[in-house]
Write a protein that binds this ligand. Structure first.
Ligand code: ZN
Ligand code: ZN
Length: 333
């Protein structure tokens, strides 16, 4: 099979012929149709701080869709021929967090395409228990966005109830911030999505057709305080400006990962009784809601993706890094 291999050299990804993955009895083989390039793939590609755990060489990719083509155990035979995605966060199902329904922070968790080979290849194997059938009405291409959508669903859940009277600022027009803003607008809140001027054309402007108001950071303050801030930018400066955008008693939800520490003066946050929460990855039930959103908005969401053939995989990574596209997706069709 043809596979995109992340070598042990920073910024290098090469195409190679590889043996088909050998199945264990609890696994299935998937023929990949589409695989999205995630922010974490870009970090792994550039050997960013915090990504030292990524084994190399490796086949990256955890946002893929495809069709189950093989299994060893007869009990998974029914999956053959089914269009599927995979929950990439491989949880143990037994630890305290898993038992309490918090699989995204399983104490043993391993992420497909970062800890072990993922979906940027013609074929990929996975344990059958992480396989999810794609509901009717979601094209395979769009289904590749199920995982980032589930991460956005999880982030919104972490903020508690959303009310139609809420005014919300989402910082960072990467795919997670973009999806968070789309979900919140869908719930009827007034939503701003903020980003830099250079992101306007390729990313920020696209949020308007989902009822989200784009805000260019360089243009100054919003002009009003907000009830909730979702920090999805990963910028240290945005952490501080996010808090200053909040009403007294507001909520701040941190979804991005940061390369540097941020110094905060907590007294101000305590006096304003700011509620702070974080969100990491997603749980299996978050995929159910992700499917609902993808199906509902399938037409509008189709054109946020830029499709690259496998032969252009390096270009897809470079365009993702340079933020000239909103969502690069590799096609194997
Ligand atoms: Zn991802
Ligand atoms: Zn666990």
């Amino acid at each position: 099979m043809r596979a995109a291999i992340k070598t042990d050299k920073s910024g290098e990804i090469i195409l190679q012929e590889k043996e088909l993955p050998k199945l264990n009895s609890d696994e299935v083989l998937i023929q990949v149709d589409y695989c999205g390039v995630c922010g974490s793939d870009l970090h792994a590609y550039k050997h960013s701080k915090g990504y030292e755990f990524v084994s190399k060489p490796i086949i990256l990719g955890h946002e893929f869709s495809g069709v189950v083509v093989d299994c060893l155990d007869a009990s998974y035979e029914h999956l053959k021929g089914k269009s599927v995605i995979v929950e990439p966060m491989n949880y143990c199902g037994k630890c305290e967090n898993c038992v309490n329904g918090r699989k995204s922070i399983c104490t043993q968790n391993k992420v497909m395409g970062l800890h072990f080979d993922g979906g940027m290849a013609q074929f990929v194997k996975t344990e059958a228990r992480y396989v999810r059938e794609i509901p009717n009405g979601i094209p395979l291409q769009l289904a590749a966005l199920s995982e980032p959508m589930s991460v956005a669903v999880h982030a919104v859940r972490q903020s508690g109830e959303i009310s139609k009277s809420d005014t919300i600022l989402v910082q960072g027009p990467g795919i997670i911030g973009f999806f968070v803003s789309v979900i919140l607008a869908q719930k009827g809140a007034k939503v701003y999505l903020s980003g830099l001027e250079k992101d306007y054309e390729s990313r920020l402007s696209k949020c308007q057709k989902f009822g989200v108001i784009p805000h260019i950071v360089e243009s100054g303050n919003l002009g009003e305080k907000v009830d909730i801030v979702f920090e999805c930018s990963g910028s240290n400066a945005a952490v501080k400006s996010g808090f200053s955008s909040l009403k007294k008693g507001g909520k701040a939800i941190f979804v991005a990962l940061y390369e540097k520490e941020t110094a905060l003066f907590l007294t101000e946050l305590v006096r304003n009784e700011v509620f702070i929460n974080t969100s990491y990855g997603s749980n299996p039930e978050d995929f159910n809601e992700a499917f609902v959103v993808l199906k509902l908005l399938s037409e509008q969401l189709m054109d946020i993706m830029t499709i690259y053939p496998l032969t252009d995989v390096s270009q897809a990574f470079e365009d993702g890094l340079n933020q000239v596209v909103l969502k690069p997706v590799i096609s194997f069709c």
